[in-house]
Unconditional design. Structure first.
Length: 503
């Protein structure tokens, strides 16, 4: 509790409060803008944080991450357009409620459920992190290596693409992460004598290219369509649900909060999986399943709570173990590393002000988001009036400035543009770029852990099966591959000879 009080003392300074508000405000706006997403925004803003204090930088970037879920709700309810992937399910019953004249109540239920889920999730982080950190301190290089391997496998399994496509992206990310200098002896490798690759591929250039510039290319090639918006009501009272809607929301909010947090802590889980799982659970438990998709309060309250607690849960492996569970937390890990901070079990002892400052900022950020997303949502929704013809070039200019400002290297800008076109092609082919970025960040850490373990064992692979934790992680990895490949094996006998020949 003393650590949390110290965290509040850190965040309740004028400049940290400003960065907390800036983060959640940007997150809300980004959530409202369909297609932009938190990953693109954090990648663009990452260079801006280089000269900031590490605590202020992570507070702002984290605020963008958990703030997006709030903003994405507005477009899902008012336009039936998900501002972010985790709010796809909200389109179903949230927009149906809006068409029935209950837009204010839908936004109110979503905002209150999100606030409750986010706050409970932060409380869970506050109490669970210290004992988890004590457990993680028992991990050696072999345990860390097998844990990261299982994490990459889980992310590939839960990706939007097939397991094979996910593994291909993971392998590509690992290869790109190997470009540059050997992490153990600093000898150059895989740079092919290309100018600018001697030090490796910059995280900022890769992230902005894959998610920022590729999004601009996608926006430029889309046909402009008029967005039909149901305008939200005015006055705070119009956002309050009636007694029946409030009664039906209580249990789904509670279930979504617990389910979302648990799934958020898993590699590859996160807010998207949490929202879909919550919707399936609520529909299964409902006494009125026929109402789902037609304005069921449970179909809105559960997933909205789950996606916010899932976002909060993703901070547990990042802060306690130093392992990202998705592409966004991989970028946050990159921000930590750029500032010379290594998140993990030792951060509670070495830099408690950073850990507890970020945790305390989530309490305050959730209150700020509740205020932003009720009385001010009518004003914020006007950002959708910006034509995409203007929005695309603005984003492109910000991307280029962000990449160049990182190292003042024109080569980084060229690489970002190249990765932009590569990212656009891969997205069209339905590859999951998040796995690529995650593997890129984890690759050097995984390689270092493997080589340290082999150094300890004099080159013997037996060290990777020398502890129950390592054996358990390898067993989990094998189980994931079996689960991912099992459906294909069942369908194989029914496949035609042509299909099998093509594979």
């Amino acid at each position: 509790m003393d650590g949390l009080m110290g965290g509040f003392a850190t965040v309740l300074t004028l400049h940290n409060l400003f960065y907390c508000f800036a983060g959640v405000f940007l997150g809300t706006v980004v959530g409202i803008l369909p297609g932009l997403g938190p990953l693109t925004t954090i990648a663009i803003l990452l260079p801006i944080t280089f000269k900031m204090d590490v605590t202020s930088a992570i507070i702002m970037l984290s605020g963008i991450y958990y703030g997006v879920a709030y903003g994405g709700t507005a477009t899902s309810v008012l336009m039936r357009v998900p501002g972010e992937a985790s709010t796809v399910v909200t389109c179903l019953d949230g927009h149906a409620m809006a068409r029935k004249g209950r837009a204010g109540a839908a936004l109110g239920i979503a905002a209150i459920g999100s606030f409750v889920a986010g706050t409970v999730g932060v409380i869970a982080i506050s109490f669970l992190s210290p004992p988890l950190a004590a457990l993680i301190l028992k991990f050696g290089p072999a345990e860390y290596a097998t844990l990261m391997l299982a994490g990459l496998a889980l992310v590939s399994l839960f990706s939007s693409a097939s397991l094979l496509r996910g593994l291909l992206m993971a392998c590509l990310g690992l290869v790109l992460g190997s470009v540059g200098l050997d992490p153990m002896n600093s000898t150059p490798r895989l740079n092919f004598d290309v100018y600018g690759l001697a030090g490796g591929i910059e995280l900022v250039a890769l992230a902005i290219g894959l998610f920022g510039i590729s999004e601009v290319i996608s926006m430029a090639l889309q046909r402009p369509e008029a967005l039909k918006i149901i305008r939200p009501p005015s006055g705070i009272a119009a956002f309050m649900p009636n007694r029946e809607e409030a009664r039906r929301s209580v249990a789904p909010v509670a279930r979504g909060t617990v389910l979302g947090f648990l799934l958020g802590t898993l590699p590859g889980g996160g807010s998207v999986l949490a929202s879909f799982m919550s919707y399936a659970v609520e529909r299964r438990l409902s006494k009125r399943p026929e109402e789902f998709g037609k304005g069921a309060v449970e179909g809105l309250a559960g997933p909205e709570s789950a996606n916010n607690s899932g976002t909060t849960g993703a901070f547990v492996p990042l802060l306690v173990m130093g392992l990202p569970s998705n592409a966004i937390t991989a970028l946050l890990l990159g921000a930590f590393m750029i500032h010379g901070v290594a998140p993990g079990p030792t951060i509670l002892d070495r830099q408690p002000e950073v850990f507890w400052g970020v945790v305390a900022s989530m309490y305050i950020g959730n209150i700020m988001l509740l205020v932003l997303n009720l009385p001010l949502i009518g004003l914020l929704i006007r950002v959708l009036d910006i034509p995409r013809a203007y929005l695309g070039p603005i984003i492109l200019v910000i991307c280029v400035i962000g990449v160049y400002s990182a190292n003042s290297e024109p080569m980084d800008v060229a690489m970002a543009v190249a990765f932009g076109f590569i990212g656009y092609v891969l997205r069209r082919l339905r590859f999951d770029l998040g796995i690529l970025l995650l593997a890129f960040v984890l690759g050097p850490l995984l390689e270092t852990s493997v080589r340290q373990a082999l150094g300890i064992s004099d080159g013997s692979l037996a060290i990777f099966v020398g502890s129950p934790i390592a054996i358990g992680m390898l067993g989990l990895t094998a189980l994931i591959f079996i689960i991912g490949l099992w459906p294909k094996r069942r369908r194989a006998p029914a496949a035609s000879g042509t299909d099998m020949a093509q594979t």
